[in-house]
Design a protein around this ligand. Structure first.
Ligand code: FES
Length: 115
């Protein structure tokens, strides 16, 4: 299978104030796009615990996002589990061009959500 990627326009930077996030949907993959200070990150929205929406959770000053259901916590920059440790959430490259925010997904990412 050929490994290709697709760039998805997420939203406008001006629509995403610092400290806020937005959940986008690209072909049944839900992605939380978050702005923490001047940085913008994208992480898979589905919590690996029981499927809560990370985008409905909250961001911390330490650069993590907390699931609203049971409090699992992940680093925004790389999806590494802070609590509990050893759990990983997929993250996606973000590009900002002017006021547009793009997220890049690879084909394997898209097909893995269809099981
Ligand atoms: S579903 Fe996210 S912590 Fe349980």
């Amino acid at each position: 299978m050929e490994n290709s990627s697709v760039r998805h326009k997420a939203c406008q930077l001006s629509e995403l104030p610092a400290g806020q996030c937005r959940v986008i949907n690209h072909e049944r993959t839900y992605i939380t796009v978050m702005r923490h200070g001047e940085e913008v990150y994208a992480i898979n929205d589905t919590c690996p615990h029981l499927g809560g929406s990370l985008g409905a959770g909250w961001m911390t000053d330490e650069g993590t996002i907390v699931c609203p259901w049971h409090g699992w916590e992940f680093r925004m920059s790389d999806g590494e589990g802070v609590w509990p440790a050893g759990i990983q959430v997929e993250t996606y490259p973000v590009q900002i061009e002017g006021d547009d925010i793009y997220v890049t997904l690879d084909e394997a990412t898209e097909s893995s959500t269809e099981a």
